[in-house]
Design a protein around this ligand. Structure first.
Ligand code: GLC
Length: 733
């Protein structure tokens, strides 16, 4: 009896909640309809128009209902003032939705997304997004143009810094975490942000890794590699998406009915709205598919872009086209409906203004800074550690030579898209080491060179410092402006004369710990053998220096794993782990197989790779059932033991391979990962439960299916060193 009453209570609760949400949605639709029917044509296209910044002209346009959204207007006071014009001085009082690029923090700056993804810690990443939302919302922001979910397989592309690397499964997990973090439990909560999955779609596939360049991919690659993180965003309830600058095989994404209407709004049933990227509708003229802005606007709207960011293409000039039947008014109504729906969901009609006292309580709160340190530490990847030079043993150390252009740099840690991040908030590596060592260890600092220019004038001072030291810590890499938008690089070596400085310091025969600060994989083959250890620290945000010092001193055991492949040479690009076999898979001992004659075909560091100060041993991979139907669950377990002398976290990764399909399949695909903490000597059995349906792909006829046959199952601490077994997927007779 007790069970039944408990069941009925739960059922009632679920029905109430679902029904409650449904009633709210019905209520919102009624309000949208009511408002829509009062709007003039000019007010409708006004809602579809977004401008950057504000000024007297824009304020007058807001009064006239000609602007529906602003971006890059920052601060509770100014946003409340502008909002007051929209709400209290325009005819219908429709509030503005105000957007900003809050990519990896508002004022408390977290690691750049490529770094954060190396933590594989979706819980912490969600928490960081929640914090970013609180800080930005307290400053009057309603909407962030994040998460950036573009899969990137080409590190020449500067925007690889803004995403979660090369894998669709990991990228989807990171996307979900950020959307849930930004949007919280309810968009009506004044301290959450409307999120925006961008850039829809395949922007990272630019030829040559050159930003804004042509993308030419098959529908299969589009659906299996580039779309999944956007589907994850939609499944997580993302309220908006942003269309991109690039074309896909001849059709620009901001005029692409196949991706926007057929897939996004059709197959996926997306009910939020799509904003263009900056003037990406207007750029249809440069793409050569529109003769002028009016035609560009028609193409963007017809394809399914609902709001025009800084493009000035959605104007009252369209009214004549509606009148003569060239353009359907229904398209405009649908766009406005989607925009109004989000404004109602945001609660902007009920609460258009933000409490101006919140900013000073929330921004740069100590708890936020602590979270920034935690995520920064987890984002660091130990790539090399010979002679156990790390962790630095303060008892044995007298003097450290700290050398390099980024060792005491307050700008690089903020990375690209730093929002309101300020250098004054940054802890540099130099400061972090001083915080750690105090007066116990002498630190001789010598910059040695700059990031970009070729001056060698400070080499000698750096060499002298090295000669006096027990160990040399060199902090080198890229400045923040060398990654992000419009920052593609054709040469991925350390910029300037940094490699020369490493070679010069290596001549002193002192152990060198190279700490990298970069927004993309860089090629290290020319210096890798000259250094004893390599710590990949990316651009970690305001706590960069403390995080690096925690790792160098062993106060934190590094656990990060690469989410993007590090090539040996730029000549290998594109190079990624989930590649196809080809008919002649690489075999170094057979000339006539896929390879280079002047370089090994393997990467310098593979996807999923990262060392620890301890060792983890994998044994006993097992599947619960090795004959499965597509409706079953694949259950895989493996024993992971910490065989070292200290505790540590390990990211256990599960890959699969469909051995024979109706089309070629990647040699491996990530389908699961778990972070596990293990004390010295501790062993845990890690279990994965994966719906067999997740092992599917698009078959010869482009239908998503799980084809029967043998699947390889691989588990390990990176994508190369794995234990393997197999399962058989069978079809019901
Ligand atoms: C930029 C970027 C986009 C950003 C937008 C607004 O060009 O491509 O990611 O959200 O403009 O700043």
């Amino acid at each position: 009896m007790k069970f039944i009453s408990k069941f009925l209570f739960t059922l009632t609760l679920v029905i109430t909640v679902v029904l409650g949400q449904h009633l709210k949605d019905v209520e919102i639709e009624a309000k949208v309809n009511e408002l829509l029917h009062q709007m003039t044509f000019a007010e409708k296209v006004g809602q579809m128009t977004q401008f950057s910044g504000t000024n007297k002209r824009y304020e007058q346009m807001i009064r006239e209902g000609k602007i529906g959204s602003l971006l890059n207007v920052i601060g509770a006071e100014v946003n409340n003032r502008i909002q007051k014009i929209a709400v209290e001085e325009s005819r219908l009082g429709i509030p503005l939705v105000i957007g900003l690029d809050v990519i990896h923090g508002y004022r408390t700056i977290f690691p750049i997304p490529l770094a954060a993804s190396a933590s594989w810690d979706t819980v912490l990443i969600r928490k960081a997004a929640e914090i970013a939302a609180k800080e930005a919302a307290s400053a009057g922001i309603h909407w962030t143009f994040a998460p950036m979910v573009d899969i990137a397989r080409d590190p020449r592309w500067g925007r690889i810094a803004e995403g979660a690397g090369e894998d669709p499964f990991l990228g989807s997990a990171m996307t979900r975490a950020q959307v849930l973090g930004f949007q919280g439990k309810s968009l009506a909560d004044p301290l959450t942000l409307l999120a925006c999955g961008k850039h829809f779609v395949a922007y990272g596939g630019a030829e040559g890794g050159r930003d804004y360049n042509t993308v030419d991919i098959s529908e299969r690659t589009l659906r299996e590699i580039y779309l999944p993180p956007f589907k994850a965003a939609v499944d997580a309830g993302v309220g908006t998406l942003m269309s991109a600058f690039n074309e896909i095989s001849g059709v620009p994404t901001s005029a692409n009915q196949f991706t926007l209407r057929k897939i996004l709004k059709g197959e996926w049933g997306f009910d939020g709205f799509v904003v263009s990227d900056w003037n990406s509708i207007g750029e249809l003229v440069a793409h050569g598919i529109a003769k002028d802005r009016l035609e560009a606007g028609v193409k963007g709207l017809t394809a399914g872009v609902d709001m025009d960011m800084e493009g000035r293409c959605y104007t009252t000039d369209m009214e004549a086209l509606v009148a003569d039947g060239t353009l359907s008014d229904g398209l405009i109504e649908d766009a406005v409906r989607r925009i109004l729906r989000m404004k109602f969901k945001l609660g902007l009609f009920e609460h258009p203004y933000i409490d101006e006292n919140l900013q000073k309580k929330l921004i740069l709160h100590q708890d936020h800074i602590q979270t920034a340190l935690e995520l920064a530490r987890e984002s660091i990847v130990l790539l090399k550690n010979e002679k156990d030079v790390l962790p630095l043993n303060r008892k044995e150390l007298n003097t450290i030579a700290l050398i390099g252009p980024l060792a005491d740099d307050k700008d690089a840690p903020l990375g690209t898209w730093r929002c309101q991040g300020k250098q004054e908030d940054v802890v540099t590596v130099y400061e972090g080491l001083k915080n750690k060592f105090g007066d116990d260890v002498k630190i001789i600092y010598a910059k040695g060179c700059d990031v970009k220019n070729n001056s060698r004038s400070e080499f000698n001072k750096a060499i002298k410092a090295a000669r006096k030291a027990d160990v040399v810590v060199m902090v080198m890499g890229e400045s923040a402006d060398m990654s992000g938008e419009a920052a593609s690089r054709a040469d991925l070596n350390l910029p300037g004369v940094q490699a020369e400085l490493i070679n010069a310091i290596a001549e002193t025969n002192k152990p060198i710990v190279l700490v990298l600060m970069n927004g993309r994989p860089i090629t290290l083959s020319n210096i890798e053998s000259k250094v004893t250890a390599i710590v990949e620290s990316w651009h970690l945000g305001i706590q960069h220096g403390n995080a690096v010092a925690n790792v160098l001193t062993g106060d934190y055991n590094p656990s990060g794993k690469l989410t993007v492949t590090f090539p040996r040479s730029v000549g290998q690009i594109p190079i990624y782990y989930n590649h196809k076999s080809s008919g002649r898979p690489n075999n170094p001992s057979d000339k006539f197989t896929s390879k280079y004659i002047d370089l090994p075909s393997s990467p310098l560091y593979p996807f999923g790779y990262g060392l620890s100060y301890t060792e983890f041993r994998y044994t006993g991979i097992e599947v619960e059932n090795n004959r499965l139907l597509s409706t079953d669950e694949l259950v895989v377990s493996v024993n992971v033991k910490n065989t070292g002398k200290r505790g540590g976290d390990e990211v256990v990764q599960l890959y699969i391979r469909d051995m024979v399909g109706s089309v070629t399949r990647p040699v491996k695909e990530l389908k699961g990962f778990q972070r596990v903490a293990l004390e010295a000597g501790e062993q845990k059995t890690v279990q994965f439960q994966i719906p067999v349906r997740n092992l599917g792909a698009y078959d010869l006829d482009m239908n998503y299916t799980v084809e029967p046959g043998e699947f390889g199952i691989m588990v390990g601490g990176n994508s190369v060193n794995v234990l393997t077994t197999t399962v058989e997927v069978v079809r019901l007779k």
